[in-house]
Design a protein around this ligand. Structure first.
Ligand SMILES: NC(=O)c1ccc[n+]([C@@H]2O[C@H](COP(=O)([O-])OP(=O)(O)OC[C@H]3O[C@@H](n4cnc5c(N)ncnc54)[C@H](OP(=O)(O)O)[C@@H]3O)[C@@H](O)[C@H]2O)c1
Length: 313
């Protein structure tokens, strides 16, 4: 049996439950390709699953491989694959219901991939898919925002937020974003029109009559977010619990909660934007695959700027 190196967790717990070990190399089934993983990136869902926070909502058979971003090269193709051949450089967001990319190889459905941005290396490419799809789908598929409208992006210096600012500016939106003091300059560089330092300013005091809020903090921050919206505006939640009808009625606004979907056409669009210099993922840190636990510790601080990447090759 062919094996590969991967990082798995056998029990729920702290980052040190992540084990770098030999596991069976997957075989691509019909309609799937085997991707040699060059890089993958950390998303908060990874450590939320590892810590057991999502048990009952998302249950996986243990031991389990996390990681739902991939940039790499097609190694082989299963029966019926038409789109890819060995050697193609691809990136994507594999199915979150299946084993992930903290590994040397991953089998994915061919439609979950797009051509990797030519101008970016694998580390930068792996930073885009899950966070980019979330940002794009929140702004445009869910909120339906168009040029001239106003959006408040929370956690704007994070993985999702820093890509959301770039997409929003590309589409001609007015963008406010929240971050701590050390990230104010970063938000400006990304094109944010109204960077808000949450350490000194309450966002609802300075952002009013907005068309949309991309809400990724939950709790008390969610409760304060309603006041930013104009009548008929929309709050798009990236986190549960789903916004309540009581809140939307009380404020005369709309709300949605999203769960990012893999859309190859959107990934292809991101690659085009990156190759024309209009999309640039920020890398907070790069760790070798075997140091996934350190990468989780960093992500769990919830203060990384941009994305944390695991380099495999
Ligand atoms: N629904 C979905 O499909 C989906 C997909 C992806 C992510 N998510 C969720 O969306 C959230 C954001 O994801 P992410 O990948 O962007 O996370 P992330 O990269 O870990 O976010 C880190 C950022 O959060 C900022 N932050 C921390 N506390 C803040 C506060 N009180 N106000 C404003 N910003 C604050 C930090 O900036 P400072 O250092 O300046 O504080 C840091 O840059 C997570 O909860 C994640 O689970 C949902």
């Amino acid at each position: 049996m062919a094996t590969m190196k991967a990082v798995r967790f056998h029990t729920y717990g702290k980052p040190d439950v992540l084990v770098y070990e030999d596991v069976a190399r997957p075989e691509p089934a019909a309609g799937e390709v085997l991707v040699k993983v060059y890089a993958t990136s950390i998303n908060p869902i990874d450590w939320k699953i590892r810590a057991g926070h999502l048990r009952g909502f998302r249950d996986y058979p243990l031991p389990f491989i996390l990681g739902w971003d991939v940039s790499g090269v097609i190694e082989s193709a299963g029966p019926g694959v038409t789109q890819w051949k060995p050697g193609d450089e691809v990136y994507g967001r594999p199915d979150i219901g299946r084993s992930g990319a903290y590994a040397e190889y991953i089998a994915v459905k061919e439609g979950e991939l797009a051509r990797k941005p030519k101008s970016l290396d694998h580390v930068h490419s792996a930073a885009i898919p899950l966070a980019g799809l979330t940002a794009w789908q929140a702004l445009f598929d869910s909120a339906g925002l168009t040029s001239g409208q106003k959006v408040l992006i929370q956690a704007a210096a994070g993985g999702v937020g820093h890509l959301a600012i770039q997409f929003a500016k590309l589409k001609g939106l007015y963008v406010a974003g929240t971050a701590g003091g050390r990230n104010q300059e970063f938000l400006k560089q990304l094109g944010c029109d109204l960077p808000i330092n949450y350490e000194t300013t309450r966002f609802e005091d300075v952002a009013r009559d907005f068309d949309a809020v991309i809400e990724s903090m939950g709790g008390e921050v969610r409760n304060r977010s309603w006041r930013v919206l104009k009548k008929g505006g929309i709050l798009v939640a990236l986190l549960g619990p789903p916004p309540s009808e009581e809140d939307t009625k009380a404020h005369g606004v709309r709300a949605a909660i999203i769960w990012a979907q893999t859309k190859a056409d959107q990934l292809a669009e991101f690659a085009k934007l990156a190759d024309s210099g209009r999309l640039r993922p920020e890398i907070a840190a790069v760790f070798p695959l075997r140091d996934a636990a350190k990468a989780h510790e960093m992500s769990e601080t919830e203060h990384a700027r941009g994305k944390i990447v695991l380099q495999v090759v």
